[in-house]
Design a protein around this ligand. Structure first.
Ligand code: PDD
Length: 286
């Protein structure tokens, strides 16, 4: 089946979708995005994603060409057209195509933003990786200083994944001034003596929507949480570790820089949180 994608008001076969070579997303990475997961044909944490999208847009003085109700309707239409039962919807808004290359932002009255969206069908609930856990390496965090904005400048995240792959690992946790910031495309956590430790929000990390939901459910389940930065050494000595993201939910981490955590298997806190998150998020899916 040819995938049906969305470009600026039209649903098109993916082979017919076009964006200008002058689009500022292409030339300047001048755009923001969101990835929302789909389970049973429904969207998880959707209102969290639109709230963060609106914040990202505001920080970059960008506008959305559609309101949030319309955005939900497009998500649903794409899920229906592509018969997505499980997977993700990707959406991206860039500052449009002024018709030439110019560093200055174009007048938004003259140049409308570009909105593209597409679905990715993928099994994410029943995950083999979540059963075995994943290995991470640590690398320097060389990204820009406004990581709280979900921009499409993902080159370093991509390089981080490649560095992990070359090292025989699955992902990279980035380190700045001796402390872990976050994973290449996820938020990072360790567990020590039953306590869940994750970096506090700030401009250094993306405020994960899955993070917010997981911390809420963990607090409701009377689990102890500490929001503070932790070091790679602490991570290596942790009882367990995990990461969260919309495309992986709660993913156990079983080794850091080649050092096995605990017994080298997904830990009980990570497993329980994955279960709780899935239960609760699916219940509130729309
Ligand atoms: N990535 N930190 C970074 C740098 C991310 O790119 C992501 C998400 C997260 C987790 O955020 P959330 O829980 O809202 O997905 C944290 C998405 C999934 C991606 O780029 O595909």
């Amino acid at each position: 089946m040819t995938r049906s994608v969305y470009v600026n008001g039209d649903y098109l076969p993916e082979t017919e979708a076009r964006v200008s070579i002058f689009d500022r997303g292409f030339l300047f990475a001048d755009g923001v995005y969101e990835v929302a997961s789909v389970v049973g044909g429904k969207l998880l944490d959707f209102h969290g994603h639109t709230a963060r999208l609106q914040r990202s847009l505001k920080e970059l003085e960008l506008r959305s060409p559609v309101d949030m109700d319309e955005l939900l309707a497009i998500h649903r239409e794409l899920i229906a057209r592509n018969a997505v039962d499980e997977g993700m919807v990707y959406m991206q808004i860039t500052r449009g195509a002024p018709g030439d290359r110019d560093f200055h932002f174009p007048d938004p009255e003259q140049v409308p933003p570009t909105l593209v969206m597409f679905t990715q069908s993928k099994q994410i609930v029943a995950s083999k990786t979540a059963e075995t856990g994943i290995k991470v390496i640590s690398i320097d965090d060389l990204r820009w200083a406004r990581r709280d904005i979900k921009t499409v400048q993902l080159l370093y995240a991509s390089m981080a994944k490649m560095a992990a792959e070359k090292a025989g690992a699955d992902d990279a946790w980035m380190v700045e001034d001796g402390f872990v910031t976050e994973g290449s495309s996820n938020n990072a956590y360790i567990v020590k003596n039953g306590k869940i430790i994750t970096r506090q929000l700030g401009t250094e990390i993306l405020p994960g929507i899955t993070r917010a939901a997981v911390l809420k459910y963990a607090a409701e389940a009377q689990m102890e949480i500490e929001e503070r930065a932790f070091t790679v050494e602490e991570a290596k000595e942790a009882d367990e570790a995990f990461y969260t993201s919309a495309s992986a939910f709660v993913m156990p981490v079983v080794s850091v820089d080649g050092v096995s955590l605990g017994d080298g298997l997904p830990g009980p806190v990570s497993r329980r949180l994955r279960e709780i998150y899935l239960d609760e998020a699916v219940k509130t899916a729309i």
